[in-house]
Design a protein around this ligand. Structure first.
Ligand code: FAD
Ligand code: NAD
Length: 405
């Protein structure tokens, strides 16, 4: 009898967690599992702000997918998914196609630019290993070039970060640690460097604990960040940004480096493949399947899972993507065993920790507020835990963060 075939698209937190959980739940004779990913490595998206600022080498944030999957049970295909053909039960890849009985879409998110002019052309994103490496190299080039020019261009030392959500703030934490190193390395006066964070909402980290937000602002300001709050970026140009407060004349900030960290949307394949979506994210059922598509699961940043208590979607996080991966694997195993009663996904939110650089952070964990060294230690525990969950103790020891202050 032909084995059912499960295809998992994406080997990020959600997809890889689905694969490694499934390989423990099903036998090699029960099912064929295929994992498709653009690269032959997984990267820790949650560490990309470090690779982008240059405080952690990009090789530290990635590891080989083949090292963590059971190759007897999971076939890995390195390729890029282009479109999902639901009626034909197949996925078009850049270099071929793959058919499926069950599909898991775990392709992550993409930067949301809200159609703002010039962002795609001129701004940098913290998206994957390639974008992080490019941003780090670009920053370094600006510092290296500054002293080489007879007529000094101050904008080379001006950096704008758009968005003060968790990504923007975590990047600023790393950047403010990296700048003194760059100044020292390239003989640049620290006082000439200008870091501006532009946030449209009336506060940084909207919705987060106010005391902790205040702590983050004072720590980052102390290290040289200027916050422009209640100010939206309206355009990005080849020489900087145009931004403004509501009902006020827009201002121009000259900057050779503009980093766009103002939110994400679902993977563009979702809309291209005809799924009903909101900003590229599909509102999935409680069992993580797509309404009306009993053989398709969507998890992670391309899914939208409603928190019934407040009737709003859960934020797209690695914490949720990994838990969805586990639930999705259990539901797939159940379907393959002929069961129809699937598990309802119940997120177990343990807390949120936002790094402010290697030795500083803020967080609320199990309802308890943390700041400074303790919060930073907790962030490392969280980072190590995700490695452990996917690749066990060996991966955690190989890639984990163990430097304690
Ligand atoms: P991802 O982990 O992004 O994985 C998607 C995978 O799909 C990647 O391997 C990608 O290469 C692959 N892929 C994409 N397109 C294709 C294609 N067309 N074909 C084949 N493969 C493809 N969340 C937290 O909970 N805690 C944190 O501390 C935290 N920190 C963060 C820090 C930063 C800087 C950022 C940017 C995000 C952070 N997040 C954090 C959010 C978290 O990273 C995401 O919610 C999480 O990565 C989503 O998991 P995912 O599986 O949906 O996608
Ligand atoms: P976000 O949507 O959480 O924050 C984006 C910020 O950009 C918002 O504060 C928004 O007001 C602002 N913004 C939007 N348009 C703007 C404009 N035109 N000009 C200026 N500011 C603008 O996005 P994010 O920070 O990338 O986070 C994405 C997801 O990843 C979230 O779910 C977040 O919780 C998660 N994440 C978690 C962590 C962590 O737990 N440590 C770290 C990073 C990201």
């Amino acid at each position: 009898m032909r084995k059912p075939k499960v295809v998992i698209l994406g080997a990020g937190y959600g997809g890889l967690m689905t694969a490694v959980t499934m390989q423990k739940l099903v036998g090699v004779n029960d099912v064929e599992i295929v994992l498709v990913n653009k690269n032959d490595y997984h990267y820790e998206t949650t560490w990309l702000h470090e690779a982008s600022a240059g405080t952690l080498h990009h090789d530290r944030v990635r590891y080989e997918i083949r090292d963590v999957i059971d190759r007897n049970k999971v076939e890995f295909i390195q390729d890029t998914a282009v479109e999902i053909k639901k009626e034909e039960k197949k996925v078009i890849l850049e270099n071929g196609e793959v058919d499926y009985d069950y599909l898991v879409v775990a392709l992550g998110g993409e930067p949301e630019t809200f159609g703002i002019k010039g962002l795609k052309e001129y701004a940098f994103g913290i998206v994957n290993v390639n974008s992080s490496r490019q941003l780090r190299e670009h920053l370094e080039y600006q510092f290296a070039t500054y002293n080489m020019e007879e007529e000094k261009k101050e904008e080379r030392l001006s950096i704008v970060v758009g968005g003060a959500g968790f990504t923007g703030i975590e990047f600023l934490g790393e950047l403010t640690n990296r700048i003194p190193e760059l100044c020292h390395e390239y003989d640049v006066d620290f006082n000439k460097v200008k870091i501006t964070c532009v946030e449209a909402a009336p506060t940084i980290l909207p919705g987060f604990d106010e005391d902790l937000v205040q702590y983050a602002v004072s720590q980052l300001e102390r290290k040289g960040v200027e916050f422009l709050i209640g100010t939206a970026i309206k355009e990005c140009t080849s020489v900087g940004i145009i931004a403004g407060k509501k009902d006020e004349e827009p201002i121009e900030i000259k900057a050779a480096t503009v980093v766009w960290a103002a939110g994400i949307r679902g993977n563009s394949i979702i809309e291209k493949s005809g799924f009903e979506a909101m900003r590229g994210r599909v509102k999935v059922q409680t069992d993580l399947r797509v309404p009306g598509q009993d053989n398709i699961f969507i998890i992670g940043d391309s899914s939208l899972f409603i928190n019934e208590e407040i009737n709003r979607p859960y934020p797209p996080t690695a914490q949720i993507a990994m838990q969805q991966g586990q639930c999705c694997a259990r539901n797939l195993a159940a379907l393959i065993k002929g069961k129809t009663d699937l598990e309802v996904f119940k997120p177990n939110i343990k807390g949120t920790v936002c790094s402010l650089g290697e030795d500083d952070a803020i967080g609320v964990v199990y309802g308890k507020k943390l700041r400074g060294g303790k919060a930073s230690l907790m962030k490392k525990v969280v980072d190590n835990r995700s490695l452990f969950m996917i690749g066990g103790a060996s991966l955690m020891l190989k890639k984990g963060k163990f430097k304690v202050f």
